[in-house]
Design a protein around this ligand. Structure first.
Ligand code: TYM
Length: 329
């Protein structure tokens, strides 16, 4: 049976990229495999969040997981720091992770550029901790968006290296996964790049209908096609890409045809996009508010999830220690 694992950092509310890149797949996969889904609060610490906000953000993301349909009776849903075994595995894996390969990781270079005064060791070792998350449960499938592809590649490098050095066939080669399709990258509404919290170009799952309409109507476009079948510019392609996730295929085709024949009206395109986003996320939004206020339920979910995840983690670590020669007297 496949073992599936994925996580999301609690850095605020979840946006369309998190949902269509990752969370939506979690809910599909939980019925097909043994699934572990978690909230990556240790990873969030690399950017020094306000301590008074961290717990609220964890609660938000937890509520969003549940509202989106992750069923804690089916999947194991937990908070990373509730399973500290992951830090031991991360330490053990770090003995075979080389400085050069960590420094070359795109996410490290990007963060080092964005926060030059906070290039901490946690950021450098981020991919090792992420590999530990995955290998802690020996997961072979990892539903993530396109931006995590390189981290998965490194996870495979670490797993292969461990197996080779110790002459075992212990860790699997974990694959980034999206139901046999390409990994998704949801673009932002600002014309270029991906949707991301730090880019300030997001539609959040909790945004009201009015906020969604306003954000979408402000989305960057171009001055319109001037010749039939002219190439699609990046801002318009981005709108089409979001439509691929939220709209019916016939709706997308209608606007692509209108673009090709130079009859497209961007106002109509955006209105349609806004309504399709609202239709696809509003049921989740309503459940988020309800779940968030149910302190007792959230407490039960995380306690139960932590117990199940620790059991799986203990079993892996017992074997890793033995393989590496760490023995009890
Ligand atoms: P994070 O918290 O940045 O994002 C969570 C998930 O959302 C996906 N995502 C997107 N997908 C498509 N388009 C976008 N614009 C977009 N923005 C975000 C991400 O690909 C991710 O799947 N390092 C991870 C958290 C993590 C993890 C793990 C994931 C820690 N350990 C182990 C999987 C397995 C992260 O920062 O994701």
């Amino acid at each position: 049976m496949d073992i599936v694992l994925s996580g999301i950092r609690p850095t605020g509310q979840l946006h369309l990229g998190n949902y269509f890149g990752a969370l939506k797949n979690f809910t599909k996969m939980q019925h097909e495999a043994r699934c572990f889904f978690f909230i990556a609060d240790y990873h969030a610490l690399t950017t020094h969040p306000d301590p008074t906000m961290l717990h609220d953000n964890i609660r938000n993301v937890l509520s969003e997981y549940l509202a989106a349909g992750v069923d804690p009776n089916v999947a194991t849903l937990y908070i990373q720091s509730d399973v500290p075994q992951v830090t031991e595995l991360s330490l053990l894996l770090s003995m075979h992770a080389y400085l050069g390969e960590l420094e070359r990781t795109a996410s490290f270079k990007d963060k080092a550029r964005k926060q030059p005064n906070n290039v901490n060791a946690g950021l450098l070792c981020y991919p090792v901790l992420m590999a530990a998350d995955i290998l802690l449960h020996r997961a072979n499938k990892v539903p993530v968006g396109k931006d995590q592809g390189q981290h998965l590649e490194l996870t495979r490098v670490f797993a292969r290296r461990f197996n080779t050095i110790y002459g075992v066939d212990f860790f699997p080669e974990s694959q980034a996964y999206n139901f046999g399709e390409e990994l998704v990258k949801i673009p932002g509404l600002d014309g270029s790049g991906k949707m991301g919290k730090s880019e300030g170009n997001c539609v959040y799952l909790v945004d009201s209908d009015e906020v969604i309409r306003k954000k979408v109507m402000k989305a960057v476009t171009d001055s319109g096609p001037t010749e039939p079948n002219s190439p699609i510019s990046e801002p318009i392609q981005n709108i089409f890409t979001i439509m691929e996730s939220v709209s019916a295929p016939s709706t997308l085709q209608y606007f692509k045809d209108k673009y090709a024949s130079c009859e497209i009206r961007y106002g109509d395109l955006k209105k349609q996009l806004a309504e399709d986003i609202i239709a696809s996320i509003s049921p989740i939004r309503e459940r988020i508010a309800e779940i968030q206020s149910n302190e007792k339920y959230l407490h039960e979910v995380v306690c139960d999830g932590a117990a199940k995840a620790r059991q799986s983690a203990d079993e892996t670590l017992r074997q890793v220690r033995e393989i590496m020669g760490i023995k009890h007297f």
